[in-house]
Design a protein. Structure first.
Length: 349
């Protein structure tokens, strides 16, 4: 039995994604049933940390990440744009973990003004912010403009998270010590490498005649990878930034009852779903806990301390899997500068 595979096959029950594991091959998530107990001892790096995670609705990897982090962290700030769904998610964790310190925060990533308001609230909190996890994503669907006349996927997945990171950077930097560097995590996707990268012509000037739902998704996820690379470079060791592919997970984005038909069609083309939206029997899908695992490794694994800017897949750094347009330093710099122009603010250190 591969011990690492054993551990990761039952993450949601043992929170094994917070274990410090010796270097070993990438875990196969289709491994046999686990043994009853792991021989490894926890070396929890999340203790006493304050963490903010976006996109924490029930039945998503953001919620699962928040649930596990809440067992160990000093504070978990859960965000969402819908107060009812946000409070439901927070209350669900509180029922399971009465001692958890959960703080709901309304954050609408489709509006620059709303982002500024939420960032102001975060900056007024007394605690430093050790980890910022950008997990939220817009639905894959028909062309839609935000209140700022930006395409909704690019706005929600990249532009507004960029602005939020910029605005709360002082709070993040206040968590830095001689022995600890705060982290910013971007939950991207393997889809970042399927398209041709970010379309710089339409990033700030959306064109409905050139819009294809899945291509917009690929562009947004490419932007996540590029932003992590450039944030790592520009912060010069003050912030460790990472992007990641969580894997294929049957979440709200795949459920035909809640997902737009464009998303179902796109995931069908990727071989994850049947035409009717049900999971393909031959597709390798992860459980919710396994899907959250890579996020938590990015947030807390000390072995990544000297790998800022890395892209993670299956809980390990895998920069060799980054698509060429998403690893080009020139693209990363161009995206950063253009995003600054769109938000009307410079993001410097």
């Amino acid at each position: 039995m591969n011990i690492r595979a054993d551990i990761f096959s039952r993450l949601s029950r043992t929170d094994a994604h917070l274990f410090y594991l010796p270097p070993c091959p990438t875990p196969p998530f289709h491994s046999p049933p686990p043994q009853k107990r792991s021989p490894l001892h926890s070396r929890d790096k999340s203790k006493e940390k304050n963490v903010l995670i976006t996109g924490t609705s029930l039945n998503g990897i953001g919620f699962e990440s928040a649930r596990v982090i809440a067992k160990h962290a000093n504070l978990v700030i859960m965000t969402g744009h819908n107060s009812d769904r946000l409070n439901l998610a927070a209350d669900t964790i509180k029922r399971e973990l009465p001692s958890a310190n959960i703080r709901p925060l309304i954050l609408d990533l489709s509006s620059l003004d709303a982002v500024r308001k939420a960032a102001g609230e975060v900056n007024a909190f007394p605690e430093p912010l050790h980890v910022l996890i950008h997990n939220a994503a817009a639905p894959i669907g028909p062309f839609k403009l935000t209140v700022d006349n930006l395409e909704s996927q690019v706005a929600t997945d990249h532009i507004c998270p960029f602005l939020f990171t910029k605005l709360v950077a002082p709070k993040i930097l206040s968590a830095r010590t001689e022995h600890y560097t705060p982290r910013v995590i971007f939950v991207s996707s393997i889809g970042h490498g399927i398209g041709t990268g970010v379309n710089f012509d339409t990033l700030g000037r959306p064109d409905p005649t050139r819009y294809v739902p899945m291509e917009a998704y690929y562009q947004a996820k490419s932007a996540n990878v590029l932003t992590a690379i450039e944030l790592s470079k520009r912060s010069k060791g003050q912030i460790n930034a990472y992007s990641l592919h969580p894997g294929g997970i049957y979440t709200n984005i795949m459920n035909p009852a809640s997902a737009p038909k464009e998303a179902v069609e796109g995931l069908h083309k990727l071989g994850l779903l049947e035409a009717d939206g049900t999971p393909r029997k031959d597709a390798t899908l992860k459980t919710m806990g396994q899907g959250a695992a890579t996020t938590l490794v990015a947030a807390f694994d000390p072995r990544l301390d000297d790998k800022s800017g890395a892209y993670l897949n299956d809980c390990v750094a895998a920069n060799e899997l980054i698509g060429p347009p998403s690893s080009d330093p020139a693209n990363a710099e161009r995206l950063w500068n253009l995003t600054e122009q769109i938000i009307g603010e410079t993001f410097t250190f």
